[in-house]
Write a protein of this length. Structure first.
Ligand code: SF4
Ligand code: SF4
Lengths: 176, 408
Protein backbone atom coordinates (compact mmCIF):
# COMPACT_ATOMS: atom_id res chain seq x y z
CA UNK A 1 0.00 0.00 0.00
CA UNK A 2 1.52 3.22 -0.98
CA UNK A 3 0.12 6.52 0.14
CA UNK A 4 2.16 8.27 -2.50
CA UNK A 5 0.29 6.63 -5.34
CA UNK A 6 -3.07 7.54 -3.88
CA UNK A 7 -1.83 11.10 -3.37
CA UNK A 8 -0.75 11.24 -7.02
CA UNK A 9 -4.25 10.30 -8.10
CA UNK A 10 -5.81 12.80 -5.76
CA UNK A 11 -3.43 15.43 -7.12
CA UNK A 12 -4.86 14.96 -10.61
CA UNK A 13 -8.37 15.33 -9.26
CA UNK A 14 -7.57 18.41 -7.18
CA UNK A 15 -5.78 20.02 -10.11
CA UNK A 16 -9.01 19.83 -12.07
CA UNK A 17 -11.04 21.57 -9.39
CA UNK A 18 -9.82 24.94 -10.58
CA UNK A 19 -10.15 24.38 -14.31
CA UNK A 20 -12.97 25.56 -16.50
CA UNK A 21 -15.53 22.79 -17.02
CA UNK A 22 -15.58 21.23 -20.48
CA UNK A 23 -19.23 20.26 -20.31
CA UNK A 24 -21.90 22.11 -22.27
CA UNK A 25 -25.31 22.70 -20.72
CA UNK A 26 -27.42 21.44 -23.57
CA UNK A 27 -30.13 22.48 -24.56
CA UNK A 28 -29.54 25.97 -23.14
CA UNK A 29 -26.09 26.04 -24.71
CA UNK A 30 -25.34 24.42 -28.04
CA UNK A 31 -22.12 22.78 -29.14
CA UNK A 32 -20.34 24.06 -32.21
CA UNK A 33 -21.56 22.44 -35.37
CA UNK A 34 -18.73 21.74 -37.79
CA UNK A 35 -19.26 22.86 -41.40
CA UNK A 36 -19.46 19.27 -42.63
CA UNK A 37 -22.06 18.12 -40.13
CA UNK A 38 -24.82 16.04 -41.68
CA UNK A 39 -28.26 17.06 -40.42
CA UNK A 40 -31.69 17.63 -41.92
CA UNK A 41 -31.92 18.13 -45.68
CA UNK A 42 -32.67 21.26 -47.66
CA UNK A 43 -34.05 21.46 -51.19
CA UNK A 44 -32.33 24.29 -53.01
CA UNK A 45 -33.52 26.83 -55.56
CA UNK A 46 -31.70 28.84 -58.20
CA UNK A 47 -31.29 32.15 -56.37
CA UNK A 48 -31.75 34.47 -59.33
CA UNK A 49 -34.69 32.81 -61.09
CA UNK A 50 -36.29 31.31 -57.97
CA UNK A 51 -36.74 28.05 -59.89
CA UNK A 52 -36.27 24.78 -58.06
CA UNK A 53 -33.07 22.90 -58.76
CA UNK A 54 -34.70 19.50 -58.40
CA UNK A 55 -35.67 17.97 -61.74
CA UNK A 56 -37.44 14.95 -60.29
CA UNK A 57 -34.95 12.40 -61.63
CA UNK A 58 -35.22 10.13 -58.53
CA UNK A 59 -31.48 9.46 -58.44
CA UNK A 60 -31.43 10.41 -54.76
CA UNK A 61 -34.13 7.83 -54.07
CA UNK A 62 -32.13 5.20 -55.97
CA UNK A 63 -28.96 5.99 -54.03
CA UNK A 64 -30.57 6.02 -50.59
CA UNK A 65 -29.54 2.90 -48.67
CA UNK A 66 -32.43 3.34 -46.22
CA UNK A 67 -35.14 3.81 -48.88
CA UNK A 68 -36.17 7.03 -47.17
CA UNK A 69 -36.93 9.19 -50.22
CA UNK A 70 -40.05 9.20 -52.37
CA UNK A 71 -40.16 11.28 -55.55
CA UNK A 72 -42.98 11.71 -58.02
CA UNK A 73 -42.09 13.79 -61.06
CA UNK A 74 -44.24 15.77 -63.45
CA UNK A 75 -43.70 17.79 -66.64
CA UNK A 76 -43.16 21.50 -66.13
CA UNK A 77 -45.79 23.88 -67.39
CA UNK A 78 -43.82 25.72 -70.13
CA UNK A 79 -45.48 29.04 -69.29
CA UNK A 80 -44.98 28.79 -65.55
CA UNK A 81 -42.14 26.35 -64.83
CA UNK A 82 -41.48 25.14 -61.31
CA UNK A 83 -37.95 23.87 -61.93
CA UNK A 84 -35.11 24.73 -64.24
CA UNK A 85 -35.36 21.44 -66.15
CA UNK A 86 -38.03 19.75 -68.21
CA UNK A 87 -39.59 18.07 -65.22
CA UNK A 88 -39.98 18.88 -61.57
CA UNK A 89 -40.77 16.91 -58.42
CA UNK A 90 -44.52 17.06 -57.77
CA UNK A 91 -44.06 15.09 -54.57
CA UNK A 92 -40.76 15.00 -52.75
CA UNK A 93 -40.78 13.32 -49.35
CA UNK A 94 -38.09 12.21 -46.95
CA UNK A 95 -38.94 9.98 -44.04
CA UNK A 96 -36.71 11.24 -41.25
CA UNK A 97 -37.31 8.08 -39.21
CA UNK A 98 -35.75 5.94 -41.91
CA UNK A 99 -33.01 8.36 -42.90
CA UNK A 100 -29.56 7.53 -41.53
CA UNK A 101 -28.04 10.89 -42.55
CA UNK A 102 -25.37 9.30 -44.70
CA UNK A 103 -25.33 11.96 -47.41
CA UNK A 104 -25.46 9.55 -50.36
CA UNK A 105 -28.52 11.39 -51.77
CA UNK A 106 -26.46 14.55 -51.87
CA UNK A 107 -23.67 12.80 -53.75
CA UNK A 108 -26.12 11.26 -56.20
CA UNK A 109 -28.10 14.38 -57.07
CA UNK A 110 -26.87 15.60 -60.48
CA UNK A 111 -28.15 19.16 -59.99
CA UNK A 112 -27.08 19.70 -56.38
CA UNK A 113 -30.72 20.16 -55.38
CA UNK A 114 -30.75 18.14 -52.18
CA UNK A 115 -28.16 19.06 -49.58
CA UNK A 116 -27.85 18.10 -45.95
CA UNK A 117 -27.88 20.89 -43.39
CA UNK A 118 -27.05 21.56 -39.78
CA UNK A 119 -30.38 21.07 -38.01
CA UNK A 120 -30.46 18.00 -35.85
CA UNK A 121 -33.30 18.43 -33.34
CA UNK A 122 -35.99 16.55 -35.22
CA UNK A 123 -37.94 14.96 -32.36
CA UNK A 124 -41.71 14.86 -32.68
CA UNK A 125 -44.69 12.91 -31.39
CA UNK A 126 -46.39 11.11 -34.26
CA UNK A 127 -45.02 8.97 -37.07
CA UNK A 128 -46.61 11.08 -39.80
CA UNK A 129 -44.82 14.16 -38.48
CA UNK A 130 -41.49 12.70 -39.48
CA UNK A 131 -42.33 12.70 -43.16
CA UNK A 132 -40.96 15.94 -44.51
CA UNK A 133 -42.51 17.07 -47.77
CA UNK A 134 -41.40 19.73 -50.21
CA UNK A 135 -42.83 22.52 -48.05
CA UNK A 136 -40.78 21.52 -45.06
CA UNK A 137 -37.57 20.86 -46.96
CA UNK A 138 -37.50 23.91 -49.19
CA UNK A 139 -34.56 26.18 -48.53
CA UNK A 140 -35.38 29.01 -46.14
CA UNK A 141 -37.71 26.93 -43.98
CA UNK A 142 -36.23 26.87 -40.52
CA UNK A 143 -36.60 24.29 -37.80
CA UNK A 144 -38.27 20.91 -37.44
CA UNK A 145 -42.01 20.48 -37.80
CA UNK A 146 -42.42 20.48 -34.04
CA UNK A 147 -40.27 23.55 -33.52
CA UNK A 148 -42.34 25.41 -36.07
CA UNK A 149 -45.63 24.29 -34.52
CA UNK A 150 -44.48 25.46 -31.12
CA UNK A 151 -43.29 28.80 -32.48
CA UNK A 152 -46.60 29.33 -34.30
CA UNK A 153 -48.51 28.64 -31.08
CA UNK A 154 -46.53 31.28 -29.24
CA UNK A 155 -46.51 33.64 -32.21
CA UNK A 156 -42.74 33.76 -32.12
CA UNK A 157 -39.85 33.31 -34.53
CA UNK A 158 -38.42 29.80 -34.76
CA UNK A 159 -35.29 29.74 -32.66
CA UNK A 160 -33.14 26.67 -33.16
CA UNK A 161 -29.77 27.82 -31.89
CA UNK A 162 -27.87 26.58 -34.95
CA UNK A 163 -27.65 28.19 -38.35
CA UNK A 164 -30.21 26.74 -40.71
CA UNK A 165 -27.88 26.47 -43.67
CA UNK A 166 -27.08 23.75 -46.16
CA UNK A 167 -23.56 22.42 -45.74
CA UNK A 168 -21.24 23.34 -48.58
CA UNK A 169 -19.11 20.29 -48.90
CA UNK A 170 -19.39 18.65 -52.27
CA UNK A 171 -16.71 19.97 -54.54
CA UNK A 172 -17.75 21.57 -57.77
CA UNK A 173 -21.36 22.23 -56.79
CA UNK A 174 -22.56 25.76 -56.93
CA UNK A 175 -24.87 26.14 -53.97
CA UNK A 176 -25.57 29.85 -54.42
CA UNK B 1 -16.47 -29.29 -0.28
CA UNK B 2 -13.90 -26.57 -0.73
CA UNK B 3 -12.94 -24.34 -3.56
CA UNK B 4 -9.61 -22.76 -4.40
CA UNK B 5 -9.67 -19.33 -5.93
CA UNK B 6 -6.85 -17.11 -7.04
CA UNK B 7 -6.82 -13.61 -5.70
CA UNK B 8 -4.01 -11.13 -5.55
CA UNK B 9 -1.66 -13.80 -6.90
CA UNK B 10 -2.33 -15.80 -3.74
CA UNK B 11 -4.31 -18.96 -3.61
CA UNK B 12 -7.12 -18.76 -1.08
CA UNK B 13 -9.28 -21.62 -0.03
CA UNK B 14 -12.94 -21.09 0.62
CA UNK B 15 -14.39 -24.01 2.46
CA UNK B 16 -18.05 -24.63 2.66
CA UNK B 17 -18.53 -26.14 6.08
CA UNK B 18 -21.60 -28.25 6.52
CA UNK B 19 -23.64 -25.43 8.07
CA UNK B 20 -22.91 -23.22 5.07
CA UNK B 21 -23.73 -25.81 2.46
CA UNK B 22 -24.79 -23.95 -0.68
CA UNK B 23 -26.83 -25.10 -3.59
CA UNK B 24 -25.90 -24.20 -7.12
CA UNK B 25 -27.76 -21.03 -7.87
CA UNK B 26 -28.55 -19.78 -11.33
CA UNK B 27 -28.48 -16.02 -11.79
CA UNK B 28 -29.30 -13.98 -14.87
CA UNK B 29 -27.05 -11.02 -15.33
CA UNK B 30 -28.50 -8.74 -17.96
CA UNK B 31 -29.62 -8.19 -20.65
CA UNK B 32 -30.61 -4.87 -19.07
CA UNK B 33 -27.61 -4.50 -16.83
CA UNK B 34 -25.08 -1.68 -17.20
CA UNK B 35 -22.08 -3.83 -16.38
CA UNK B 36 -22.65 -6.15 -19.33
CA UNK B 37 -21.68 -3.29 -21.68
CA UNK B 38 -24.78 -3.58 -23.80
CA UNK B 39 -27.63 -6.01 -24.11
CA UNK B 40 -25.71 -9.13 -23.22
CA UNK B 41 -27.25 -11.73 -20.94
CA UNK B 42 -24.97 -13.88 -18.83
CA UNK B 43 -26.44 -16.99 -17.26
CA UNK B 44 -24.23 -17.54 -14.25
CA UNK B 45 -24.20 -20.60 -12.02
CA UNK B 46 -23.00 -19.67 -8.57
CA UNK B 47 -21.79 -21.76 -5.71
CA UNK B 48 -22.05 -19.17 -3.00
CA UNK B 49 -19.79 -16.40 -4.29
CA UNK B 50 -17.85 -18.63 -6.64
CA UNK B 51 -18.64 -18.81 -10.31
CA UNK B 52 -19.24 -22.39 -11.46
CA UNK B 53 -20.32 -21.65 -15.02
CA UNK B 54 -21.01 -18.66 -17.28
CA UNK B 55 -23.05 -18.94 -20.44
CA UNK B 56 -23.27 -15.76 -22.50
CA UNK B 57 -26.61 -15.46 -24.30
CA UNK B 58 -26.41 -13.23 -27.33
CA UNK B 59 -28.86 -11.97 -29.92
CA UNK B 60 -30.62 -9.15 -28.08
CA UNK B 61 -29.13 -6.59 -30.43
CA UNK B 62 -29.49 -8.59 -33.60
CA UNK B 63 -29.83 -6.11 -36.43
CA UNK B 64 -29.43 -8.26 -39.54
CA UNK B 65 -26.61 -6.19 -40.99
CA UNK B 66 -25.22 -9.04 -43.06
CA UNK B 67 -28.59 -9.71 -44.69
CA UNK B 68 -29.21 -6.00 -45.22
CA UNK B 69 -25.85 -5.64 -46.93
CA UNK B 70 -26.73 -8.49 -49.28
CA UNK B 71 -29.66 -6.37 -50.46
CA UNK B 72 -27.75 -3.16 -51.12
CA UNK B 73 -25.25 -2.30 -53.80
CA UNK B 74 -21.57 -2.27 -52.91
CA UNK B 75 -21.62 1.51 -52.95
CA UNK B 76 -24.60 1.84 -50.64
CA UNK B 77 -23.02 -0.62 -48.25
CA UNK B 78 -20.33 1.82 -47.14
CA UNK B 79 -22.95 3.26 -44.79
CA UNK B 80 -23.57 0.06 -42.87
CA UNK B 81 -20.31 -1.40 -41.46
CA UNK B 82 -19.64 1.56 -39.14
CA UNK B 83 -22.91 0.89 -37.36
CA UNK B 84 -21.81 -2.50 -36.05
CA UNK B 85 -18.94 -1.53 -33.79
CA UNK B 86 -20.05 1.94 -32.81
CA UNK B 87 -16.93 2.74 -30.80
CA UNK B 88 -14.39 1.86 -33.49
CA UNK B 89 -16.44 2.61 -36.60
CA UNK B 90 -13.53 3.44 -38.87
CA UNK B 91 -12.07 -0.03 -38.36
CA UNK B 92 -15.23 -1.58 -39.75
CA UNK B 93 -15.40 0.92 -42.59
CA UNK B 94 -11.82 0.14 -43.50
CA UNK B 95 -12.29 -3.63 -43.36
CA UNK B 96 -15.30 -3.43 -45.66
CA UNK B 97 -13.81 -1.12 -48.27
CA UNK B 98 -10.55 -3.11 -48.36
CA UNK B 99 -12.44 -6.30 -49.08
CA UNK B 100 -14.64 -4.65 -51.73
CA UNK B 101 -11.58 -3.02 -53.30
CA UNK B 102 -9.95 -6.42 -53.57
CA UNK B 103 -13.01 -7.65 -55.49
CA UNK B 104 -12.84 -4.66 -57.83
CA UNK B 105 -9.03 -4.44 -58.09
CA UNK B 106 -9.36 -0.79 -57.16
CA UNK B 107 -6.24 1.35 -56.84
CA UNK B 108 -6.37 3.49 -53.71
CA UNK B 109 -4.28 6.68 -53.95
CA UNK B 110 -1.54 7.03 -51.37
CA UNK B 111 -3.13 10.09 -49.76
CA UNK B 112 -6.38 8.23 -49.19
CA UNK B 113 -4.46 5.33 -47.61
CA UNK B 114 -2.67 7.66 -45.22
CA UNK B 115 -5.89 9.40 -44.18
CA UNK B 116 -7.53 6.03 -43.63
CA UNK B 117 -4.71 4.84 -41.39
CA UNK B 118 -4.70 8.13 -39.52
CA UNK B 119 -8.42 8.00 -38.81
CA UNK B 120 -8.47 4.32 -37.93
CA UNK B 121 -5.68 4.77 -35.40
CA UNK B 122 -7.35 7.83 -33.88
CA UNK B 123 -10.48 5.74 -33.61
CA UNK B 124 -8.51 3.00 -31.88
CA UNK B 125 -7.46 5.53 -29.26
CA UNK B 126 -11.07 6.72 -28.87
CA UNK B 127 -12.24 3.14 -28.50
CA UNK B 128 -9.62 2.34 -25.87
CA UNK B 129 -10.58 5.52 -24.01
CA UNK B 130 -14.14 4.21 -23.73
CA UNK B 131 -12.69 0.91 -22.61
CA UNK B 132 -10.89 2.58 -19.73
CA UNK B 133 -13.86 4.77 -18.92
CA UNK B 134 -16.39 1.95 -18.67
CA UNK B 135 -14.00 -0.74 -17.51
CA UNK B 136 -12.83 1.19 -14.50
CA UNK B 137 -16.35 2.42 -13.87
CA UNK B 138 -17.28 -1.21 -13.23
CA UNK B 139 -14.68 -1.10 -10.50
CA UNK B 140 -16.18 2.03 -9.00
CA UNK B 141 -13.60 4.42 -10.41
CA UNK B 142 -15.79 7.22 -11.68
CA UNK B 143 -13.17 9.96 -11.94
CA UNK B 144 -11.25 8.48 -14.84
CA UNK B 145 -14.48 8.23 -16.81
CA UNK B 146 -14.74 12.00 -17.13
CA UNK B 147 -11.12 12.53 -18.10
CA UNK B 148 -11.07 9.87 -20.80
CA UNK B 149 -14.41 11.09 -22.16
CA UNK B 150 -12.98 14.59 -22.38
CA UNK B 151 -10.18 13.46 -24.68
CA UNK B 152 -12.55 11.25 -26.64
CA UNK B 153 -14.61 14.38 -27.23
CA UNK B 154 -11.57 16.02 -28.84
CA UNK B 155 -11.19 13.05 -31.16
CA UNK B 156 -14.90 13.07 -32.03
CA UNK B 157 -14.64 16.77 -32.84
CA UNK B 158 -11.87 15.93 -35.29
CA UNK B 159 -14.05 13.21 -36.79
CA UNK B 160 -16.97 15.58 -37.11
CA UNK B 161 -14.70 17.98 -38.92
CA UNK B 162 -13.48 15.48 -41.44
CA UNK B 163 -16.39 13.07 -41.86
CA UNK B 164 -19.41 15.16 -40.87
CA UNK B 165 -20.59 12.96 -38.02
CA UNK B 166 -19.52 12.14 -34.50
CA UNK B 167 -20.35 8.46 -34.87
CA UNK B 168 -21.32 6.35 -37.90
CA UNK B 169 -18.99 8.15 -40.24
CA UNK B 170 -19.45 6.48 -43.62
CA UNK B 171 -16.51 8.51 -44.87
CA UNK B 172 -14.54 5.90 -46.78
CA UNK B 173 -15.60 5.06 -50.30
CA UNK B 174 -14.63 2.08 -52.39
CA UNK B 175 -11.49 3.36 -54.09
CA UNK B 176 -10.79 6.25 -51.74
CA UNK B 177 -12.49 8.83 -49.57
CA UNK B 178 -15.73 10.79 -49.82
CA UNK B 179 -14.10 14.20 -49.63
CA UNK B 180 -10.70 15.63 -48.86
CA UNK B 181 -9.32 16.66 -45.48
CA UNK B 182 -10.79 20.05 -44.51
CA UNK B 183 -8.83 23.18 -43.76
CA UNK B 184 -7.78 23.55 -40.16
CA UNK B 185 -7.85 19.82 -39.52
CA UNK B 186 -4.09 19.44 -39.41
CA UNK B 187 -3.56 22.16 -36.79
CA UNK B 188 -6.26 20.72 -34.57
CA UNK B 189 -4.82 17.24 -34.90
CA UNK B 190 -1.31 18.48 -34.11
CA UNK B 191 -2.63 20.19 -31.00
CA UNK B 192 -4.21 16.91 -29.95
CA UNK B 193 -1.05 14.93 -30.65
CA UNK B 194 1.05 17.24 -28.49
CA UNK B 195 -1.48 17.23 -25.68
CA UNK B 196 -2.39 13.56 -25.49
CA UNK B 197 0.80 12.11 -23.91
CA UNK B 198 0.28 14.45 -20.94
CA UNK B 199 -3.26 13.22 -20.62
CA UNK B 200 -2.07 9.62 -20.74
CA UNK B 201 0.25 10.43 -17.87
CA UNK B 202 -2.74 11.72 -15.93
CA UNK B 203 -4.64 8.50 -16.50
CA UNK B 204 -1.63 6.51 -15.39
CA UNK B 205 -1.36 8.60 -12.22
CA UNK B 206 -4.99 7.93 -11.52
CA UNK B 207 -5.17 4.21 -11.93
CA UNK B 208 -2.01 2.36 -12.95
CA UNK B 209 -0.57 2.12 -9.43
CA UNK B 210 -3.78 2.52 -7.49
CA UNK B 211 -4.03 -0.22 -4.87
CA UNK B 212 -7.70 -0.85 -5.43
CA UNK B 213 -7.15 -1.23 -9.14
CA UNK B 214 -4.23 -3.59 -8.63
CA UNK B 215 -6.15 -5.69 -6.12
CA UNK B 216 -9.10 -6.00 -8.45
CA UNK B 217 -7.12 -6.75 -11.59
CA UNK B 218 -3.86 -8.57 -10.86
CA UNK B 219 -4.28 -12.33 -11.00
CA UNK B 220 -7.98 -11.97 -11.79
CA UNK B 221 -9.61 -13.62 -14.79
CA UNK B 222 -6.46 -15.39 -15.87
CA UNK B 223 -6.52 -16.88 -19.34
CA UNK B 224 -3.70 -19.13 -20.46
CA UNK B 225 -2.09 -18.70 -23.83
CA UNK B 226 -3.24 -22.17 -24.85
CA UNK B 227 -6.90 -21.50 -24.16
CA UNK B 228 -6.73 -18.10 -25.84
CA UNK B 229 -5.29 -19.70 -28.96
CA UNK B 230 -7.79 -22.57 -28.82
CA UNK B 231 -10.65 -20.11 -28.91
CA UNK B 232 -9.01 -18.24 -31.82
CA UNK B 233 -8.87 -15.07 -29.77
CA UNK B 234 -7.20 -12.08 -31.39
CA UNK B 235 -6.37 -8.51 -30.54
CA UNK B 236 -5.21 -7.03 -27.25
CA UNK B 237 -6.85 -9.81 -25.24
CA UNK B 238 -4.66 -12.36 -27.00
CA UNK B 239 -1.57 -10.17 -26.80
CA UNK B 240 -2.08 -10.00 -23.03
CA UNK B 241 -1.31 -13.73 -22.93
CA UNK B 242 2.02 -13.29 -24.68
CA UNK B 243 1.23 -13.89 -28.35
CA UNK B 244 2.37 -10.93 -30.42
CA UNK B 245 -0.12 -11.40 -33.25
CA UNK B 246 -1.15 -8.13 -34.86
CA UNK B 247 -2.46 -8.03 -38.41
CA UNK B 248 -0.98 -4.61 -38.97
CA UNK B 249 2.40 -6.34 -38.74
CA UNK B 250 1.54 -9.92 -39.73
CA UNK B 251 -0.31 -9.04 -42.93
CA UNK B 252 0.06 -5.30 -43.53
CA UNK B 253 -2.75 -3.55 -45.37
CA UNK B 254 -3.38 0.06 -46.34
CA UNK B 255 0.34 0.84 -46.13
CA UNK B 256 0.90 -0.20 -42.50
CA UNK B 257 4.29 -1.62 -43.47
CA UNK B 258 5.58 1.96 -43.80
CA UNK B 259 4.96 2.91 -40.20
CA UNK B 260 7.24 2.44 -37.29
CA UNK B 261 5.43 1.12 -34.23
CA UNK B 262 5.61 -1.63 -31.64
CA UNK B 263 3.10 -4.26 -30.68
CA UNK B 264 2.78 -4.21 -26.88
CA UNK B 265 2.36 -7.59 -25.23
CA UNK B 266 2.12 -8.92 -21.70
CA UNK B 267 2.40 -12.44 -20.36
CA UNK B 268 0.18 -12.78 -17.33
CA UNK B 269 -3.10 -13.03 -19.23
CA UNK B 270 -5.06 -11.45 -16.40
CA UNK B 271 -7.32 -8.40 -16.26
CA UNK B 272 -4.36 -6.18 -15.42
CA UNK B 273 -2.39 -7.24 -18.52
CA UNK B 274 -5.38 -6.71 -20.75
CA UNK B 275 -5.76 -3.19 -19.41
CA UNK B 276 -2.06 -2.37 -19.70
CA UNK B 277 -1.67 -3.77 -23.23
CA UNK B 278 -4.43 -1.45 -24.37
CA UNK B 279 -2.94 1.44 -22.46
CA UNK B 280 0.38 1.03 -24.23
CA UNK B 281 -1.39 0.57 -27.53
CA UNK B 282 -2.81 4.08 -27.28
CA UNK B 283 0.73 5.45 -27.27
CA UNK B 284 1.69 3.34 -30.28
CA UNK B 285 -1.43 4.45 -32.16
CA UNK B 286 -0.54 8.05 -31.47
CA UNK B 287 2.88 7.40 -33.01
CA UNK B 288 1.21 6.06 -36.16
CA UNK B 289 -1.16 9.04 -36.33
CA UNK B 290 1.77 11.43 -36.16
CA UNK B 291 3.72 9.57 -38.83
CA UNK B 292 0.70 9.42 -41.12
CA UNK B 293 0.09 13.13 -40.66
CA UNK B 294 3.71 13.98 -41.42
CA UNK B 295 3.61 11.95 -44.61
CA UNK B 296 0.32 13.38 -45.82
CA UNK B 297 1.04 14.87 -49.24
CA UNK B 298 -1.40 16.55 -51.58
CA UNK B 299 -2.79 14.27 -54.23
CA UNK B 300 -5.90 12.55 -55.49
CA UNK B 301 -8.20 10.88 -52.97
CA UNK B 302 -10.17 8.56 -55.25
CA UNK B 303 -9.54 5.82 -57.75
CA UNK B 304 -9.86 7.68 -61.08
CA UNK B 305 -11.69 4.78 -62.75
CA UNK B 306 -15.18 5.79 -63.88
CA UNK B 307 -16.35 2.25 -63.13
CA UNK B 308 -15.66 2.64 -59.41
CA UNK B 309 -15.81 6.30 -58.39
CA UNK B 310 -18.45 8.86 -59.25
CA UNK B 311 -17.19 11.38 -61.81
CA UNK B 312 -16.10 14.81 -60.47
CA UNK B 313 -19.04 17.12 -59.90
CA UNK B 314 -17.91 19.85 -62.28
CA UNK B 315 -17.88 17.40 -65.20
CA UNK B 316 -21.57 16.66 -64.80
CA UNK B 317 -22.53 20.01 -66.28
CA UNK B 318 -20.26 19.71 -69.31
CA UNK B 319 -19.79 16.07 -70.24
CA UNK B 320 -22.60 13.76 -71.33
CA UNK B 321 -20.34 10.77 -70.77
CA UNK B 322 -19.83 11.76 -67.14
CA UNK B 323 -23.59 12.02 -66.68
CA UNK B 324 -24.09 8.55 -68.11
CA UNK B 325 -21.45 7.04 -65.81
CA UNK B 326 -22.96 8.94 -62.88
CA UNK B 327 -26.48 7.63 -63.55
CA UNK B 328 -25.22 4.11 -64.13
CA UNK B 329 -23.18 4.03 -60.91
CA UNK B 330 -25.89 5.53 -58.73
CA UNK B 331 -28.78 3.44 -59.98
CA UNK B 332 -27.01 0.15 -60.45
CA UNK B 333 -23.54 0.33 -59.00
CA UNK B 334 -20.67 -1.73 -60.36
CA UNK B 335 -20.40 -5.41 -61.06
CA UNK B 336 -17.33 -7.17 -59.68
CA UNK B 337 -16.27 -10.45 -61.28
CA UNK B 338 -17.46 -13.71 -59.76
CA UNK B 339 -15.06 -14.07 -56.85
CA UNK B 340 -14.63 -14.09 -53.12
CA UNK B 341 -12.56 -11.74 -51.04
CA UNK B 342 -11.43 -11.39 -47.47
CA UNK B 343 -8.94 -8.99 -45.93
CA UNK B 344 -7.97 -9.47 -42.29
CA UNK B 345 -7.54 -6.19 -40.45
CA UNK B 346 -6.70 -5.32 -36.88
CA UNK B 347 -9.57 -3.48 -35.26
CA UNK B 348 -9.43 -2.13 -31.72
CA UNK B 349 -10.64 -5.57 -30.57
CA UNK B 350 -8.86 -8.03 -32.82
CA UNK B 351 -9.09 -9.61 -36.24
CA UNK B 352 -11.84 -8.07 -38.27
CA UNK B 353 -12.65 -8.93 -41.84
CA UNK B 354 -15.45 -8.90 -44.35
CA UNK B 355 -15.91 -12.04 -46.39
CA UNK B 356 -17.66 -10.96 -49.58
CA UNK B 357 -18.93 -13.39 -52.20
CA UNK B 358 -19.75 -11.88 -55.56
CA UNK B 359 -21.93 -13.67 -58.11
CA UNK B 360 -21.22 -11.00 -60.68
CA UNK B 361 -24.19 -8.86 -59.68
CA UNK B 362 -24.20 -5.37 -58.28
CA UNK B 363 -24.95 -6.58 -54.76
CA UNK B 364 -22.84 -9.00 -52.76
CA UNK B 365 -24.24 -12.53 -52.86
CA UNK B 366 -23.08 -13.20 -49.33
CA UNK B 367 -21.56 -11.03 -46.62
CA UNK B 368 -20.00 -12.63 -43.58
CA UNK B 369 -18.28 -10.50 -41.00
CA UNK B 370 -15.59 -12.00 -38.83
CA UNK B 371 -16.03 -9.90 -35.72
CA UNK B 372 -13.48 -10.03 -32.91
CA UNK B 373 -15.86 -9.35 -30.00
CA UNK B 374 -17.94 -12.47 -30.60
CA UNK B 375 -15.00 -14.83 -30.83
CA UNK B 376 -13.18 -13.31 -27.86
CA UNK B 377 -16.31 -13.57 -25.74
CA UNK B 378 -16.28 -17.36 -25.99
CA UNK B 379 -13.27 -17.52 -23.69
CA UNK B 380 -15.16 -15.71 -20.93
CA UNK B 381 -16.14 -18.87 -19.09
CA UNK B 382 -12.58 -20.20 -19.02
CA UNK B 383 -11.37 -16.93 -17.55
CA UNK B 384 -14.08 -16.64 -14.91
CA UNK B 385 -14.64 -20.20 -13.73
CA UNK B 386 -13.61 -20.63 -10.13
CA UNK B 387 -13.28 -16.91 -9.52
CA UNK B 388 -15.53 -14.66 -7.50
CA UNK B 389 -18.77 -13.29 -8.88
CA UNK B 390 -17.61 -9.69 -8.44
CA UNK B 391 -14.57 -10.44 -10.59
CA UNK B 392 -16.77 -11.69 -13.40
CA UNK B 393 -17.81 -8.09 -14.09
CA UNK B 394 -14.19 -6.97 -14.29
CA UNK B 395 -13.20 -9.88 -16.49
CA UNK B 396 -16.02 -9.20 -18.90
CA UNK B 397 -15.08 -5.52 -19.04
CA UNK B 398 -11.45 -6.40 -19.73
CA UNK B 399 -12.48 -8.39 -22.83
CA UNK B 400 -13.90 -5.19 -24.31
CA UNK B 401 -17.04 -6.63 -25.91
CA UNK B 402 -19.21 -4.39 -28.07
CA UNK B 403 -22.64 -5.83 -28.51
CA UNK B 404 -23.25 -4.27 -31.90
CA UNK B 405 -20.12 -6.08 -33.00
CA UNK B 406 -21.25 -9.38 -31.47
CA UNK B 407 -24.82 -9.54 -32.69
CA UNK B 408 -24.54 -7.59 -35.95
S1 SF4 C 1 -29.04 11.04 -46.02
FE1 SF4 C 1 -28.82 8.90 -46.65
S2 SF4 C 1 -30.50 7.85 -45.64
FE2 SF4 C 1 -30.98 10.03 -45.57
S3 SF4 C 1 -32.26 10.39 -47.33
FE3 SF4 C 1 -30.15 10.82 -47.96
S4 SF4 C 1 -29.39 8.88 -48.80
FE4 SF4 C 1 -31.26 8.43 -47.65
S1 SF4 D 1 -33.16 15.93 -55.47
FE1 SF4 D 1 -31.69 15.66 -57.12
S2 SF4 D 1 -31.52 13.44 -57.36
FE2 SF4 D 1 -33.36 13.83 -56.18
S3 SF4 D 1 -35.00 13.89 -57.69
FE3 SF4 D 1 -34.32 15.99 -57.38
S4 SF4 D 1 -32.78 16.33 -58.94
FE4 SF4 D 1 -33.07 14.12 -58.82
Amino acid sequence: MSVLDIAKGMGVTLGHLFKKPVTVLYPEEKVDIKPRFRGRHHLLKHPDSDLEKCIGCSLCAAACPAYAIYVEAEENDPNDPTSAGERYAKIYEINMLRCIFCGLCEEACPTGAIVLGHEFELADFRYQDFIYGKDELMVGVKGSKWQRREAAKKNKEVNIGVKSVPRKELEGVNYD
Amino acid sequence: MSKTITKNNKKETISNKSEFKTKLMRINMGPQHPSTHGVLRLVVDLEGEVVAAVKPQIGYLHTGFEKTMENRSYMQNVTYPNRMDYTASFSHDLAYVLSAEKLMDAVVPIRAQRVRVLLTELNRIASHLIYFATGLLDMGALTLYFYTMREREDILDLFEMIAGARMNYGYFRIGGLAYDVPEGFEEKLRAFISKFPKMMQQYADLFAKNDIFLARSKGIGVLSQEIALDYAMTGPSLRATGVGLDFRKAAPYSGYEDYDFNVPTATAGDVYSRFMVRFEEMGESLKIVEQALNRLEPGPIKDPSRHISLPPRDELASSMEAVIFHFKLVTEGFHPAKAESYVATESARGELGYFLVSDGGSMPYRVKVRVPSLINLQALESACKGGLFADLVMTLASFDPILGDIDK
